[in-house]
Design a protein around this ligand. Sequence first.
Ligand code: CUA
Length: 417
Amino acid sequence: MRLISSPSTLARWVRAALALGGLALLTGCDLNFWTMKGHQSTIDVDGPVAKAQLHVFYVTCWVTLVIFLIVGSVLAYAILKFRARTDADEHAEPPEQGHGNPLIELGLIGASVLALVIIAIPTIEAIGYTYDVPAEDKATAFEVNATAYQWWFKFEYPSEQIAGAGPLVAANELVIPVGRAVHINLRAMDVIHSFWVPKLAGKVDMIPNRGNFLWLKAETPGYYWGQCAEYCGDSHAVMRFRVIALGPRDFNEWVNRQTAPAREVAKVAAADQPKAQFASYRSDWKRNEKGWSPEFELNPFQGWQAQQEPDANHENPALIAQGRALFQSKTCFSCHVIRGHMVGGSGAYPDLTHVGARSTIAAGLLENTPEQLARWISHPDQVKPGNKMYATGYIPNNIKLTPDDVAALVAYLRSLK
Ligand code: CUA
């Protein structure tokens, strides 16, 4: 495709420059400055939209690099040639001053215009290309609605309607078909947010009362990290999401699982029922502590796949039943939908019908493990300052969870595959 340039010598220059410039400032970030690989790298990209944007970045780098070399050489030449060599030079009168050479001035104006034109042509081309799904992709394009809330993302699939329940709804993990253009309608319900998946496309603002959109395409099945890119309040920095791109067969299977009502765990006869065993989870949250394991960080796509299947051998039906009752008695159901299990919920909070099948919780901040889930539901305020679950749920309703309650709720939520 015409907009794509192969990462070249310039890529190595950019790497070196960023490494030197950024090393001191950004050592805490996930990006590897030598390889430019990282979950949210805009240089190591996938898909035509991100590649078109990267191409514009490289063109701009080339042009500014040439300007830097010309201006730098002239400056170095002048400094060396006209430097004071002797004592007499230092006290000498300045040489006769020139007042402009029309040829040089016109030449500089012409060169500046040329540099801008060189940058403008691919920029305008890329703006046109990335603006909306190209004609050749229109027929197979897939449509999704993304709505931003403080501080999470809702994803709706208008083409996947569930009888009596409207479109399929997911939270914080956007699963898309690979190789197909995805047209995403961007909305916001409270303040301005911004939708950004650095490896695929971005950033486009999500504005209350104003429709906006973008398109992207993943070329390889995989797991892509996303981030809200517009300051939107206390927990803006931890308002994240994920995009999972699947082949046609896997994608259809995912849709089938997701459109089904919440999973029922078979009840066992009272005599066979294992005695409820309550795990104790640590509840302390250390500042800047990562919410995911090194294994998950290394291979999040496998982590996501592993979450899809229920782990029936390690499930405790009695504990799950207790968690389900608690979900109702602690009024969790008044905000969160668990389709097929209880009536309640509202579209303004994450749908938890299949929360156990997500690889992350708390808007992409924590890996979906029993420990992190326990940490999140027992201290939501510490994980995500200012969040509504705590501020308008726990506090006014005086919701208190004992360690046993937490263990039961974790078991129940984990069973919702
Ligand atoms: Cu939403 Cu920043």
